[in-house]
Design a protein around this ligand. Sequence first.
Ligand SMILES: C[S@@+](CC[C@H](N)C(=O)[O-])C[C@H]1O[C@@H](n2cnc3c(N)ncnc32)[C@H](O)[C@@H]1O
Length: 324
Amino acid sequence: MSARAAATIWRNGGARGLIRTTSAAIRMEAPLLLRGRRTAASVGAYYDLVTDISRRLYGDNFHFGYFPTGEETLPEAHDAHTDLVAELASLEAGSRVLDIGCGIGAPAMRIVRRYDCDVTGVNISREQVRQGRELIAEQGMSDRVRIERGDARKLPFESSSFDAIVCVEVAGDICVTAADKPTLIAEMFRVLKPGGGVGFSDLALSEVAPRADRRVLRGVFYDDGSNLVTDWPALFALRGFAVDEHHCILEQTMATWAHVRTLYAGDASELARCYGKSVARRTGAQIDRLPEILRRLATFPVLAARKPMTDAPRAGAVAVAREA
Ligand SMILES: C[S@@+](CC[C@H](N)C(=O)[O-])C[C@H]1O[C@@H](n2cnc3c(N)ncnc32)[C@H](O)[C@@H]1O
């Protein structure tokens, strides 16, 4: 962190802000330096670090926009993404819903307003839990939405305690190793009541990206994408979920990047003050390169899965997983 960036953080957040930011930056970078990879704790630290600037620039949702017609504004596309995942989870009024990796609760509040259900969010980022609880209280929704701090790979909830689960663009952040993927799905299966539905979306890659592209992905997402090569429908089926529907929405998310570029350019001087000129310039250049990389390598699966009424493995589901 440059002296100038530290001075800006001090000006905006005082000594506390500077300590919080410096500690998050160390927790985020240390595992990369020491182990050569991200850990769940370092992903949490990354979100601790980027939440303020991301909210300023991008709003209270931490996911790609979904632009089914291409005419949507960015906030409309954010909500459309949440609505799509909620529909896939087959939510009903009064449902008890778990939002895994809930950001600061914006999708959860949207869901409560539309479906009249109660949502519990879980998030590993201390800062997002803090800001999320504040936002929910400001909106007068603390009786319908609550956020727990926890790791989605070991959910802090009883078995069979939710009617439905939503997981909006978060699995790739949660799964820092390949083994985390079946663990995450097994945890969803455990906490869901028999018959309960999951709505799921995430960015995935069809193959490991070449080195130059990995650098760009890491610059924008704090992840070089090595762990994003995943056949999510097959993994859900393998655990015994019935996968009722799945398709790819990559093309309908791509307009997000033109919006991000415009927002980024509009805030260039503040970004340079916060992160230093060279980091701000490099990130801008990486954002420019990203759409081409995503078009070449990415998919964006969305799916609806259902926990069967009994926990016997389904022959058909296993066959789907083997084929994939
Ligand atoms: C891309 S953001 C999506 C946030 C939210 N679903 C939304 O759409 O606004 C990923 C979220 O996953 C959270 N997260 C990452 N790893 C996690 C883990 N192991 N357990 C729980 N939450 C995690 C992050 O802190 C962040 O809030």
